[in-house]
Unconditional design. Structure first.
Length: 119
């Protein structure tokens, strides 16, 4: 059964927001890399949910996208496209910090699709 396993937040203070989630909710850092939007992209986990804290870089702050863990990425992506989703506009590395692919739902929200994220 598909389950939400990933949320991405846009902020102007990645370090501060990461510290907040680590100290308040006992999340731990599982990955960090420079973002093409400036500053670090910081990935946290509680062992179940992956939280990406990304630079806003002029984009609206708050939830950017969410990710669904699924059993079959290709089958789910095909099903989403058949149901009216829009295909991805870029490819993503499949090393566990990102989804394997994503779609845009009919309302335009990005939904990452992966067998899971680092935790």
């Amino acid at each position: 059964m598909p389950q939400i396993r990933h949320l991405a937040l846009l902020t102007d203070d990645q370090e501060g927001l990461a510290t907040f989630y680590k100290s308040v909710f006992e999340m731990h850092e599982v990955h960090r890399h420079p973002s093409p939007h400036g500053g670090p992209a910081i990935y946290l986990s509680d062992g179940h949910l992956n939280l990406a804290i990304l630079p806003a870089a002029g984009r609206r702050k708050g939830i950017f996208h969410f990710g669904m863990a699924v059993d079959d990425v290709e089958k789910t992506a095909a099903s989403a496209l058949a149901a009216g989703a829009t295909p991805p506009n870029e490819t993503l590395p499949a090393d566990g910090r990102f989804a394997e692919t994503f779609i845009f739902d009919p309302a335009g929200t990005r939904v990452d699709i992966s067998p899971g994220w680092k935790h």
